[in-house]
Design a protein around this ligand. Structure first.
Ligand code: PLP
Length: 396
């Protein structure tokens, strides 16, 4: 019975690194140019081409990209920015960086994404922008949201940290992140493609791209990254007080290799999600869980695989299931602890002008299971088997 405890730990997430990534990074190490340079420029160009966006700007995180997007849109003191409560710290803290107020909204119970209706209801005369999150890699109803908000002159910044490469079927297969005024992608170590740490801001708006490029590197004049290269100039001008958000060529080399494998990595995630579904449906205990809502195949990036406990049918709560998985050597997580339940947002009631009952309720029962390219069938068996052991029905 305790045999499982001695099994190798199954991590919650693990990057897929091959000879391609290793060679790309070694090339940069040997090149003599480690920071922002030719690899970063190439990564930006390839990413823009892949998602079909006019500009793609590489930074050291999605948080940086979100911050620069809001800065470029002129978000400032006295403004409100609508953000779903079902997200990571970054989506809302960037609003606070701008001395503006993040106004948290509830999510749809089926998808855990905010809906266009809920967002529109939260608009006030002070609303300056919306941060739209594609939770877990499943796109929210972004086409409808952008249509509604265009009419009111409110820009949408897509937090696409989870959703590369999600293509939106209803919008002719356009990429999530390219529908709003700007999109911010994350290449954090657990994400669908990774640079260790990194992010990309995409936009078709020339002025926004120029401003983000300037502010992303100290507010100093264009091509500042190039000043130590042959042909680079020693001269520069500080045009504003910017930030140090640039991506290194080491990271970009990793990103280029990962980008070239994006379809392969997506196919692997899709297969794992289908594998979970098949196993749960055949498990005999699928009535004790809610599985992730179906999405058109091409639109889900499967960054996360989130199941929900049907607590009313169980004798065990989420904390005990998490402990049980941990005891069996299985890494699992919770996405997310809604923002409005955290001390900072609780101490700022203006961020939560309305009750957020769905997020509060769903939080109690979500569990993110391991999903990463390289997981084997036996790993899926192990996770589903462990849940089968742990989920004891209240009555049968
Ligand atoms: C929804 C969401 N937005 C933004 C971020 C921030 O990404 P990064 O770590 O690249 O700054 C994350 C990170 O996990 C996230 O989950």
């Amino acid at each position: 019975m305790k045999a499982e405890a001695s099994l190798e730990f199954l991590p919650f997430a693990r990057p897929s690194i091959t000879a391609l990534e290793r060679a790309a990074v070694l090339d940069v190490l040997d090149s003599g140019w480690l920071t922002t340079g030719p690899r970063t420029k190439e990564f930006e160009a390839r990413f823009a081409e892949t998602v079909g966006s006019r500009h793609a700007l590489a930074f050291n995180s999605a948080t940086a990209a979100l911050h620069l997007a809001l800065e470029g849109l002129g978000v400032g003191p006295g403004d409100e920015v609508i953000v779903p409560t079902w997200t990571f710290a970054a989506s809302a803290e960037v609003v606070v960086y701008r001395d503006a107020v993040p106004v948290l909204v509830d999510v749809d119970a089926a998808t855990l994404n905010a809906t266009p209706e809920t967002i529109e209801e939260a608009i006030t005369p002070r609303t300056k922008a919306v941060v739209a999150v594609h939770f877990g890699g499943r796109p929210m109803a972004i086409g409808e949201l952008v249509d509604r908000l265009d009419r009111r002159g409110i820009p949408v910044v897509e937090d696409t940290a989870h959703a590369f490469p999600s293509r939106i079927a209803e919008l002719g297969g356009r990429f999530a992140g390219t529908i709003g005024r700007a999109g911010a992608f994350s290449f954090y170590a657990t994400k669908t493609i990774t640079t260790g740490e990194g992010g990309m801001l995409v936009t078709d708006d020339d002025a926004l791209a120029d401003r983000a490029r300037l502010m992303g590197l100290h507010g100093i004049s264009r091509h500042a990254w190039n000043r130590y290269a042959a042909g680079g100039s020693w001269s520069y001008e500080i045009e504003d007080a910017g930030f140090k958000y640039n991506m290194t060529d080491l990271a970009a080399a990793l990103g280029l290799a990962q980008l070239s494998r994006a379809e392969e990595l997506l196919a692997a995630r899709r297969e794992l999600a289908a594998g979970y579904r098949r196993r749960f449906l055949g498990s005999g205990f699928d009535d004790l869980l809610d599985l992730p809502a179906d999405a058109p195949d091409e639109s889900h990036a499967w960054h996360l695989y989130v199941v929900r406990l049907r607590l009313e049918r169980l004798r065990i709560d989420r904390a005990a299931v998490m402990d049980g998985l941990q005891a069996r050597g299985i890494g699992a997580s919770v996405h997310f602890i809604p923002l409005h339940l955290h001390p900072y947002y609780r101490s700022r009631p203006e961020t939560t002008p309305r009750a957020l009952p769905i997020a509060s309720r769903e939080f109690e029962r979500v569990i993110s299971l391991p999903i990463w390219p390289g997981m084997a069938d036996v790993d899926l068996d192990r996770v589903v088997g462990a849940l089968g052991e742990l989920l004891t029905p209240a009555r049968r």
